[in-house]
Design a binder for this molecule. Sequence first.
Ligand code: BV8
Length: 229
Amino acid sequence: MPKYKSIVVLTGAGISAESGIRTFRASDGLWENHPIEDVATPEGYYRNPALVQTFYNQRRQQLSEVEANQAHRALADFEQSFAGEFLLVTQNVDDLHERAGSRNLIHLHGELYKVRCQDTEQAFEWKQDVTLETKCPCCNKPGNLRPHIVWFGEMPLEMERIYDALSRCDLFISIGTSGNVYPAAGFCQEALWAGAHTVELNLEPSETRDAFLEAVHGPATQVVPHYLS
Ligand code: BV8
């Protein structure tokens, strides 16, 4: 791999697919059972909080039963061996990058293993189920904890830090994302404008394929370790 100084990597559901976590838009996608507006919007949550809490309880439970895969590990190993600046931005809400050893990591869309108080916005590590009776640790109110997840129409996290890294990167790699969801789907263009080399590692060409100068298609557990070696 040529000598890069500053690398930004974006991952999506496809990097966790071979760990057994279903992606969003595949035929058996997670949202198949529920319309997006019912489980991944604030309106859906306030309309039926019990349904949304159950949806996230099921995903927390599933996450406790899967492991990080070779693609997560290859990224973590590369980060540790890379002498320049490295930032991993994930759209995923699972903790598989952390479990594989990734360090400089931003969860753009939040984290499954966190909940937050709706009054104070304070976030808590949380691996158990949340019900309408669950009391918030800070205000002690039942039903006041929501998933620490960015829903559609809500502001993604740490955008300033991400755009700053994109403006300085000379390599941008996108792994396992369909390029459907903004602002993440626009990051590649930001990197191009910064003069970066842009690479898509995905099972198939994404919606934003035209913004990539290079693409390697195939399963992440094969393509990612090979590309980073
Ligand atoms: C915002 C949390 C503004 C929930 C998620 C019209 C045009 C443009 C934009 C919009 C628009 N209308 C509305 C918008 C904005 C909207 C948006 O982009 N909508 C889309 C649907 C059009 N975006 C937002 O609302 C965002 N916020 O814009 O805020 C704002 C400004 C100021 C103030 C306030 C607000 C917030 C978006 C975040 C939504 N939350 N997740 C949860 O996870 O439960 S998004 C959700 O989709 C996940 O995070 C997921 O990661 C993300 C993207 O999906 P992918 O990761 O790409 O997964 P997908 O299944 O789609 O694709 C998987 C890919 O992997 C495929 O390409 C497949 O081929 C590949 N693959 C599969 N297997 C493998 C593989 N690759 C390699 N190996 C394999 N084995």
